[in-house]
Write a protein that binds this ligand. Sequence first.
Ligand code: YH5
Length: 274
Amino acid sequence: MQLHCGAFKIDLTRPKVMGIVNVTPDSFSDGGRYDSFSSAIDHAHQLIADGADMLDIGGESTRPGAAEVGEQEELDRVLPVIEGLRGINVPISIDTWKPAVMRAALRAGATMVNDVNALQAEGAIPAVAATGAAVCLMHKQGTPQSMQQRPDYDDVVREVSDFLQQRIAAAVAAGIGQERIVIDPGFGFGKTLAHNIALLRELDSFSALAVPVLAGMSRKSMLGAITGRDVSDRLAASVAAAMLAVQRGASIVRVHDVRETVDALKILNALNEG
Ligand code: YH5
């Protein structure tokens, strides 16, 4: 299996690691815009040195309860970083649900769109379809502001799967080929711990949708709920979760701790290939 990310053809025979680069002022002890810009660039280079196969650049926090960021502010945060990373040899994904940010980021050199809103915004499908970029279609219930208030499903795996199937169909109908599509059950996005566990346990079932699966559990509250650890102390839990997701068929894991995750996956690969 291959993912077409602009000019990059990513071989998914082995699992790939997507490193998270946040360009939000609250992620840094910020001394102004240049500080968050140069921290993000430095962090991106470190993640590549650590073995990241791709980078996910985000300018709007989508954590539960986070405030929305205006379009211009988001552009001002992410565009200099994407431009500053021109020439790196790994694909850059833009983490946004806003079509204007998608278009500008893809023009600036990003080759993938990571959309927690699964291209449901007006103009989002054409923004991606007009390019050769890949897209990650993620499921969520509710908005980041409200999603953890009362998550509710009759059958979470079925409902998430049905939603993703519909979004794949909408993307394909607009000319986005299957080789450009990735799906993601959206761990923590309008899900209780029980919902997240059910999705991880049955992650294999998403492979039936015939596109690669991405899993993002790194440092999330579900891991805190299980281990009792604060967000700053979830490295081991995050690596374990990434491994288990890959064992259940995930082709890409979205993580903060690239170096440790790459090492862990090398052990799994040795076991699978040795
Ligand atoms: C995802 O799963 N997640 S942003 C809260 C945390 C730690 C991390 C309480 N974007 C995903 O990473 N894109 C985000 O500690 C994503 N899949 C995809 N495709 C939330 C996040 C986080 C939230």
